[in-house]
Design a protein around this ligand. Structure first.
Ligand SMILES: NC(=O)c1ccc[n+]([C@@H]2O[C@H](COP(=O)([O-])OP(=O)(O)OC[C@H]3O[C@@H](n4cnc5c(N)ncnc54)[C@H](OP(=O)(O)O)[C@@H]3O)[C@@H](O)[C@H]2O)c1
Length: 397
């Protein structure tokens, strides 16, 4: 059996670097065909030299120009740019598995291109499933593309479900760490600094998902992601706060049996499960020692503290383009927050206002069709844009 060829979208990010760490441990099993990032030229060049891909993409044109000028590997790696470059890397006939590890809605077209081309797609980029989950799952069914959940919770569920029929499943439980403010009383939320919000207690991740974890929007996006990946209605997807991040998620079966997947919080475990699928890779990583962990706690989620989770559940209930609109608004608000535009509490406040506006528009006769229904990738991106514009108006004020 030859090496599995990979395209890694978002290779310079947290998911991308962990994926390369795992793939690099098995040079006989994996061959990196393409790497793609936005503008981190320094790291992309290093990765090109280490992993020797045939193709590298810098989405940012200027970054691609700089990379071409540096001429890594004497030109043996073709340097592409823009959305065209990402689509080519994702749909390349020589590639077997695409790791969708870019952050945000910009990953939608390339991820869809990989599905369209019938690839195995390891999905970390949950925003793409929030934008157009129905479309992606349907297209995967048509092209024979296999979607492998890379997000740790969804990967856990995927592992727990292995071997059981869909009829045996009662409901799933996604666990949530609660982020850095799980023990901070609500009245002290006005004091939260950006530095504290970026200091996740259990996971080291990129800045956007770290803020989403602090507001728990991340878990809301994950419920929507699970809805599409596992074909479950919202009432069969539950969320529990589990501060140790050891139980990555659980499945309850119709006979009352509960199966959970446990491990240390290290993304290389779910990543390796996706890369090696259907086999497990023998990974030398620190192992879970339950006696050392000592206890595993579970609590219900406080709606007061984590309002963003419930906004996402509302958007899922509304259906159509509502999740895409909320996701677009969230990306804008979080980007502005990361730039220091306003305090932490304003994130959920603004997103509540966007959702109120969205509900009002949907109740009127003036809603653009993309908010009611998503039939194409363009519809999903139009709904995303609606949410972004609504958020930008609030940010500007
Ligand atoms: N990190 C985790 O442990 C984790 C766990 C579960 C799910 N996820 C999901 O995985 C995704 C990535 O998260 P992350 O934490 O790895 O983010 P991150 O560390 O911020 O990395 C983002 C990656 O996306 C690339 N990127 C951004 N815009 C791009 C564009 N226009 N074209 C091409 N590449 C672009 C970045 O390239 P540059 O470096 O050049 O900007 C970088 O490689 C997110 O959807 C997140 O929700 C992450």
């Amino acid at each position: 059996m030859g090496a599995k060829t990979l395209t890694i979208l978002g290779s310079t990010g947290s998911i991308g670097r962990n994926t390369l760490d795992v793939a690099g441990r098995f040079p006989d099993r994996f061959q990196v065909h393409a790497l793609a990032a936005n503008n981190n030229v320094g790291l992309l060049r290093e990765q090109i030299e280490t992993y020797r891909p045939a193709v590298a993409v810098a989405y940012d044109e200027e970054a691609a120009e700089r990379l071409r000028a540096e001429n890594p590997r004497g030109g043996a790696t073709a340097i592409l740019s823009g959305m065209e470059g990402l689509l080519e890397a994702a749909g390349d006939a020589r590639v077997e598995q695409v790791v969708s590890g870019m952050v945000g809605a910009v990953g939608l077209r390339p991820t869809y291109a990989a599905i369209d081309a019938g690839k195995q797609v390891a999905v970390a980029n949950k925003e793409t499933l929030v934008l157009a989950g129905e479309l992606m799952v349907r297209r995967a069914g048509e092209t024979g593309s296999m979607l492998l959940p890379m997000d740790s919770e969804h990967n856990a569920i995927f592992q727990c479900l292995a071997g059981d029929s869909a009829g045996a499943l009662d409901h799933i439980v996604l666990t949530a760490s609660g982020g850095p403010f799980r023990d901070l009383p609500l009245e002290r939320f006005p004091e939260i600094t950006l530095e504290q919000a970026l200091d996740h207690p259990n996971w080291k991740m990129g800045p956007k998902i770290t803020i989403d974890s602090a507001t728990m929007m991340n878990k809301g996006l994950e419920v929507i992601e699970a809805h599409w990946l596992f074909g479950l209605p919202p009432e069969r997807i539950r969320v529990l706060l589990h501060r140790q991040s050891i139980v990555h998620s659980l499945v309850t079966f119709v006979d009352g049996s509960v199966i959970a997947q446990l491990g240390l919080p290290d993304m290389r475990t779910p990543i390796s499960y996706c890369l090696g699928y259907p086999e497990r890779l023998s990974l030398e990583l620190p192992r879970l020692n339950l006696a050392e962990v000592g206890r595993l706690d579970f609590e219900e989620i406080s709606p007061k503290k984590y309002g963003c989770l419930f906004l996402a559940l509302d958007a899922l209930e509304l259906g159509g383009g509502a999740p895409a609109a909320l996701n677009g608004a969230n990306e804008e608000v979080v980007a502005a927050y990361l730039n220091g535009a306003f305090p932490f509490l304003n994130i959920s406040e603004m997103l509540h206002r966007v959702m109120a506006g969205l509900k009002a528009v949907l109740a009127s006769n003036e809603a653009p069709p993309c908010l009611a229904r998503i039939d194409t990738v363009d519809d999903a991106l139009a709904a995303d844009r609606w949410g972004r514009e609504a958020a930008q108006r609030l940010i500007a004020n």
